[in-house]
Design a protein around this ligand. Structure first.
Ligand code: CO
Length: 149
């Protein structure tokens, strides 16, 4: 019994370690159906940096079904979206120098990907932030919550 417990502990250590190591990074998939694969991202405050990899697993080009991953406070989101539309595709639908945007990826199309790294010092603990796509018309469906805990 003792040996069995010992073996189980070894197994859990081996299994748990890679999970912890990947906790400071997440891949978000986006699709031709105008969706993100996740609606909520919890960032552990032990992470100094958190890497987001955005993948487009569809096949439509970015000028038809482009997606980006933009992070802001809830209050700032409407302004970021409307100014993003004016900024246009060549600016990844993000207004140049928009200080309301905490981080953002570029706009990607089918089978492309882009990554950004969040410095967690830039967000407050236990506050709800919102991530969304600023491609015109997408943010009502493509959005979710991000929280540092
Ligand atoms: Co989109």
């Amino acid at each position: 019994m003792l040996i069995r417990c010992f073996l189980l502990s070894i197994v859990s250590l081996v299994l748990i370690k890679p999970l912890l190591a990947s906790d400071c990074a997440l891949t978000v998939n986006s699709t031709d159906q105008m969706s993100f694969s996740t609606r909520e991202i919890i960032v552990d405050s032990s992470c100094s940096f958190f890497n987001i990899k955005l993948k487009h697993i569809g096949s439509l080009p970015k000028y038809i079904m482009g997606h980006n991953w933009v992070l802001s406070s809830k209050e700032d989101m409407p302004g970021v979206v409307s100014d993003g539309i004016s900024a246009g595709l060549s600016n990844n639908y993000v207004k140049e120098g928009d200080t309301r945007v905490i981080i953002h990826t570029k706009i990607i199309g089918g089978s492309e990907e882009d990554s950004v790294t969040l410095d967690t010092k830039r967000i407050k603990i236990h506050k709800d932030y919102i991530f969304f796509c600023t491609f015109p018309g997408h943010s009502s469906m493509m959005r979710g919550l991000l929280r540092l805990v």
